[in-house]
Design a protein. Structure first.
Length: 684
């Protein structure tokens, strides 16, 4: 037996490491192109960006190489059910940044990446052009170009191959250099060479980035919330049939989503009385969010509202008025919910053998039991909750407002939304998570189509500009679609408590024009209800705990303004987007000015809002005329959709004043050219 030689083994190990090292280098020795970044991307490409059908994805890549060679770059994109990529040429912009785009045309997940290589023929053409300009000899350069064309011909077929060989010969055997140079630098030749470029050293960005696609209503929607039980006639409990009678009016106001709080049976145990009182009196209806009784749970409807077939009929009638019904998805139970007896393992039991009810100290919700997502039977729990969503989808629901999603596991929502959308891609989930920013954003990243926001508490010019810039101009805009609510049954902000009718109109205009999705807690907002519990942002005599009798036509309502604002949204495509927001300079901190434009600038709207609900405010507005495509030397027409007034302005700087007791805002549609001189007389 031979003895081992430690020194020899060490040398062999070093040689093996060196071979592996150079083997790895050999694979990349010809790869001179670097793709350092491709975006937009979320969390390094781990999670998808969001778009709706019809939207464009503008892709930016950072691409460069050593030396001075030119680069060819392609954007590659495909849908989830296609293996091969479609491609489009990327254009160089500045500082080694390249861009291209594709349009979302199908309700499927899209994937995209970027591929790049050296543009050897383009580099040769550029160098030849420089030498010709410097009056240098280029005979040899033409021979080099001929070789490149011969190589391209080898990659081509048919007539293109023949043409490339013919052109290669003409460059190589040219008797007149000037004629050969003319051919060599022609766009026709460049295009043909590009078609058969050498991509043997092409490098593809290693990550396929994803696009989560929703239907268009995820981007543009107007929500109206009401409690069906409050619309019964002659003092009776309201029904789904009573809601049907409201549909023509809700359509007239301009809303396309009617959102109903939980429609399920309401528990009796610990039922809350008026104003959230722990003492329930006879006849008190309880909170709809205390879901479940002997009548059933999440797959049943409250008997006084009607039957499942009545709910299906409401959905059908709503569709006839171009309205969709959204329902509340609240994964919690009353103590009377069938789950408590059938699946006690899904709840958290305390040492005294009682079930833990919901608490957010000092608040107590004795009528609600949270589900225990840490149960050992979590898989069964998840599957049951998924079956609830599927049940309502089968009744015709396609929009869910999800209650307090931040109190359930992130992994659960990512799984649930993905599972639902595999079979039902048209479903839209709105996240009602008034929580810390990173939690709110995480839920959006994991699949929620829309999100409640902090708009409700952003009142000053600085607050609004700062927050909306974050939502529309940063990475957040790629995954979080805001849905702005000036009020909810839970929240009556101080601004609305003290600002009077003008405050409601101000918040309405801001919500509807800053965001493309918005909603209102309908009757209370229409009627400018401002009665609050002292020192709280909560409604006095809240409809959450009692049946209200609303006279929606009583004096002081702002129904006509709501109708005009919603008409403006429907009639102006620029207001149906949210990433196109631009703030403009106006020299008064109590006034805010901003605009929106479609990508082709065919529709431009300018909004100016007086943020002071008490006093008239005025200021000089500066508009970026170049961005708006307006000739500074020509007058332009603005039509105020709120007042129906028309104004003729000229130049970038113009004066405005807004009286909140008349109308605290402008929604101006821009007409960049007057048709003829007579228009001055007509509109002045």
């Amino acid at each position: 037996m031979s003895k081992s030689n430690p020194q020899k083994s060490k040398r062999q190990s070093l040689r093996a490491n060196k071979r592996r090292k150079f083997s790895s280098l050999k694979q990349t020795q010809h790869r001179r192109v670097v793709i350092e970044y491709v975006g937009p991307q979320v969390d390094g490409g781990q999670l998808p960006i969001k778009r709706v059908m019809g939207e464009e994805v503008i892709v930016t890549a950072h691409i460069f190489s050593d030396g001075h060679d030119k680069i060819q770059a392609e954007l590659l994109y495909r849908t989830e059910d296609v293996k091969g990529f479609s491609s489009s040429i990327m254009n160089y912009t500045v500082n080694d940044e390249w861009t291209a785009s594709f349009v979302i045309s199908e309700l499927k997940t899209y994937y995209y990446t970027v591929r790049a290589c050296l543009d050897r023929f383009g580099t040769w053409q550029a160098d030849l052009r420089k030498k010709v300009a410097a009056v240098q000899k280029v005979k040899v350069d033409l021979m080099v170009g001929s070789e490149l064309l011969e190589q391209a011909a080898g990659r081509a077929e048919g007539a293109d191959a023949s043409k490339l060989r013919q052109l290669a010969k003409r460059l190589k055997e040219a008797k007149r250099v000037d004629k050969a140079v003319q051919i060599a630098l022609s766009k026709e030749l460049a295009d043909l060479a590009d078609k058969y470029a050498d991509k043997s050293d092409a490098f593809e960005f290693p990550i396929e980035l994803a696009v989560s696609v929703s239907r268009p209503k995820a981007l543009f929607s107007s929500w109206y919330e009401l409690f069906p039980r409050s619309y019964g006639s002659q003092g009776k409990h309201g029904t789904f049939a009573d809601c049907e009678r409201l549909l023509p009016d809700i359509q007239k106001l301009g809303f396309d989503v009617l959102y109903l709080p939980p429609i399920h049976p309401i528990g009796m145990t610990n039922r809350k009385g008026k104003d959230n009182s722990p003492v329930c009196k006879p006849g008190d209806p309880g909170s709809p969010w205390a879901i479940g009784s002997a009548e059933g749970g999440h797959k049943a409807v409250h008997t006084e509202l009607g039957k499942i077939k009545d709910f299906r009929r409401l959905i059908k009638r709503a569709k006839e008025h171009d309205i969709e019904i959204a329902i509340d998805l609240a994964f919690q139970c009353s103590p009377d919910h069938p789950y408590v007896k059938e699946h006690p393992e899904w709840f958290r039991w305390r040492p005294d053998k009682t079930v833990q009810y919901a608490e957010n100290p000092p608040k107590k919700y004795e009528d609600i039991l949270p589900l225990n997502f840490e149960t050992d039977q979590w898989k069964e729990l998840w599957e049951e909750l998924e079956s609830i969503v599927v049940f309502w989808i089968k009744q015709g629901v396609r929009i869910f407002r999800v209650d307090n999603p931040h109190t359930k596991p992130f992994a659960f929502w990512q799984w649930l939304i993905a599972e639902i959308k595999k079979t039902y891609p048209k479903v839209i989930f709105l996240s009602e998570a008034f929580t810390r920013p990173k939690l709110m954003q995480r839920l959006a990243k994991l699949g929620f189509d829309q999100s409640y926001t902090y708009f409700t508490w952003r009142n000053t010019k600085h607050e609004l500009e700062q927050y909306l810039t974050e939502l529309t101009q940063t990475e957040v805009s790629e995954y979080l679609r805001p849905n702005f609510w000036p009020n909810t049954p839970d929240i009556l902000p101080e601004y609305l408590q003290y600002g009077g009718q003008a405050a409601f109109i101000i918040r309405l205009v801001l919500a509807t024009t800053l965001s493309s999705n918005y909603g209102v807690y309908g009757p209370a907002f229409e009627l400018c209800v401002s009665d609050a519990i002292e020192d709280k942002e909560e409604y006095l005599n809240s409809e959450k705990y009692e049946i209200k009798r609303w006279d929606r036509n009583q004096g002081g309502n702002i129904r006509a303004v709501i109708e005009r604002v919603n008409r403006a949204r429907r009639g102006n495509p620029s207001l149906q987007e949210f990433r196109n927001l631009k703030f403009y300079q106006i020299d008064n901190n109590m006034m805010i000015a901003y605009g929106k434009a479609t990508r082709d600038s065919s529709n431009i709207t300018i909004m100016v809002v007086n943020l002071d609900p008490y006093h008239k405010q005025s200021g000089w507005l500066n508009l970026p005329l170049d961005e708006l495509g307006i000739d500074p030397g020509q007058p332009y027409l603005l039509h105020d959709i709120l007042s129906n007034d028309k104004y003729i302005w000229q130049g970038s700087r113009n004066y405005l004043e807004l009286d909140p007791q008349v109308m605290p805002a402008h929604i101006l549609k821009v007409h960049r050219r007057l048709r003829r001189e007579q228009d001055f007389d007509y509109f002045m």
